[in-house]
Design a binder for this molecule. Structure first.
Ligand code: ZN
Ligand code: ZN
Length: 94
C-alpha cells in the first residue's frame, strides 16, 4: 500500500462510489451527499466520512447510505464491514 493511500488527511470525493449499504451491492455509483445538508461527502483512509466543510463526520460503518435503489425502501442503511472494505478499495483506486 502506498503512503498516499494511508494518509488520513487525504479526503477522497465519493463521486464514483458504489453503494456500501449492507446487502445492497448496487453496481451504479452515485453522487453522494450528506443527508443533513446535501453537501458532497468525502472519505479518508481511516474509513471516516465527512461532508464538505467537515460539519458532519462519522465512521463509515455508522454513516447511513441511500442510493435510490428500491432495495432501500427509502431508508438510509449502514454499511457492513465487507461492504466497507469493498467500497474503500473502489474509492481509493486512483
Ligand atoms: Zn453534512
Ligand atoms: Zn444502495
Amino acid at each position: 500500500m502506498s503512503g498516499k493511500v494511508s494518509d488520513p488527511s487525504l479526503w477522497v470525493a465519493l463521486d464514483d462510489f458504489c453503494c456500501p449499504a449492507k446487502g445492497c451491492r448496487s453496481k451504479n455509483s452515485s453522487q453522494w451527499v450528506c443527508a443533513k445538508d446535501k453537501k458532497p461527502v468525502y472519505m479518508n483512509a481511516l474509513g471516516q466520512i465527512q461532508c464538505e466543510g467537515g460539519k458532519h463526520r462519522d465512521d463509515i460503518c455508522k454513516w447511513g447510505w441511500k442510493c435510490g435503489r428500491s432495495f432501500h425502501k427509502g431508508e438510509y442503511i449502514r454499511a457492513d464491514q465487507e461492504s466497507f472494505v469493498f467500497a474503500m478499495s473502489q474509492a481509493l483506486q486512483l
